[in-house]
Design a protein around this ligand. Structure first.
Ligand SMILES: Nc1ncnc2c1ncn2[C@@H]1O[C@H](COP(=O)(O)OP(=O)(O)OP(=O)(O)O)[C@@H](O)[C@H]1O
Ligand SMILES: [Mg+2]
Length: 379
């Protein structure tokens, strides 16, 4: 297929050499049944590329089953992936098909493969090698014809070194590795991405977009984009909706970018810093914690003043469930789960839905964060 047409159909924007090379590799592997490992930082488009591979494959009319290994509790991972027989464990009241079986004839996209429990990895390797698996509670091997695409933003090599990931599986997966570059590695695509996303957002929300000054565009090109294209998309979305029809200049952009300092002085930080990713991450987390703390203070202050009124949290109005019947102490309480939900929302917003950074900031595992997001219906 022609590269331009493919990019148009799959929505992969980018004309830099890096993106062209990436798309060429995608086009080469898509028609085959080869297992592909997609790596890259959060928000670079791993899922987008996985979908593009499926839609350019001969399996495109068959199902694409997306499974996020990080979101499945470890205890039920095997039954989710491979299915189970009736009565194979407490609660298994019926026979159930696993995701592999559902993907038969099509593609299975295993996101966050680094989260696969070590015990399940060997079974996964077996499916990769000969298409065989067993349902939980069965000793009969079954066959499946599912093309596997896996993705991770973890450094699997270091996971192998730390004993969290099987070396044999790593080598098997890594044979075709599509590494999607971070946005700061192909900055020349930023104007095109910006324009396309802005056009799309304006159309979708029926708002006008008055354009952006050349200075502001330079600012965008120089920014680090720790959350990559997802962060760019979110930034454009908020900017267009809030600025409605105003020309976007550097001053307005700074309001939306997280990297800008809080004291107003160091907002124009040199953007090509030599900080390690770890340092940047630590600073982001530190800043987020400070913000969470100040959110708590705000909420406390508001609750003390207006016990029954809705409280503004993250510009949404949330009923505060204030217990004003507690006459014995005269204090007002917000249920802990409500508080937890707000903190999670706040952390997700702060990190542009980057769940890895949000879970670090909240000091819980990514898996726990996924569970809580589901539990509170925050998806
Ligand atoms: N090259 C691109 N062109 C257009 N949109 C893109 C591109 N890359 C990413 N996006 C958009 O950015 C957002 C994030 O992409 P996606 O969910 O595929 O990232 P990811 O790498 O899977 O992130 P994570 O590791 O956090 O799961 C999506 O809205 C996606 O459509
Ligand atoms: Mg993803």
């Amino acid at each position: 297929m022609d590269r331009d047409l493919f990019q148009k159909e799959s929505g992969i924007i980018g004309e830099s050499i890096e993106m062209k090379e990436l798309v060429d590799v995608v086009l080469q592997v898509a028609p085959t049944d080869i297992t592909v490992l997609i790596t890259g930082e959060s928000g670079v488009g791993k899922e987008l590329v996985a979908k593009a591979i499926h839609s350019a494959s001969r399996r495109k009319l068959r199902p694409l089953v997306s499974v996020n290994a990080g979101a499945i509790p470890e205890g039920i991972m095997e039954s989710e992936l491979f299915g189970h027989e009736k009565g194979s464990f407490t609660g298994a009241s019926d026979t159930r098909k696993g995701y592999f079986e559902l993907a038969d004839g099509g593609t299975i996209f295993l996101d966050e493969i680094g989260e696969l429990p070590i015990g399940t990895q060997v079974k996964f390797l077996r499916v990769l090698e000969n298409g065989e698996y067993m349902r939980v509670g069965s000793s009969t091997a079954r066959k499946v014809d599912a093309r596997v695409i896996a993705a991770t933003n973890k450094d699997l090599e270091s996971e192998v070194k730390h004993g969290n990931f099987r070396a044999d599986l790593f080598f098997r997966l890594r044979s075709i590795n599509i590494r999607i570059p971070a946005l700061r590695e192909h900055r020349e695509d930023i104007p095109l991405l910006f324009q396309e996303i802005a056009r799309h957002v304006a159309e979708k929300n029926n708002i006008s977009f008055a354009g952006i000054t050349p200075d502001a565009m330079e600012y965008l090109k120089g920014y680090q984009w720790p959350g990559n294209v997802r962060e760019l998309r979110n930034t454009v979305e908020s900017m267009l909706v809030v600025e409605r029809g105003r020309l976007i200049d550097t001053a307005s952009i700074r309001k939306y970018l997280k990297e800008a300092g809080d004291d107003g002085h160091n907002r124009n930080l040199p953007v090509f810093t030599h900080k390690s990713a770890e340092q940047v991450e630590r600073e982001l987390i530190y800043r987020a914690l400070l913000e969470v703390k100040s959110d708590i203070m705000d909420i406390k202050g508001m609750l003390a003043q207006q016990p029954r009124s809705p409280v503004a949290v993250n510009s949404q109005y949330v009923e505060a469930h204030v217990d004003t019947d507690n006459h014995s102490t005269g204090e007002n309480f917000v249920p802990l789960n409500e508080m937890e939900k707000r903190m999670i929302l706040s952390a997700l917003e702060r990190f542009n839905d980057n769940r890895r950074l949000a879970s670090k900031a909240l000091n819980i595992s990514e898996r726990t964060l996924y569970r809580k997001i589901k539990e509170y219906g925050l998806e």
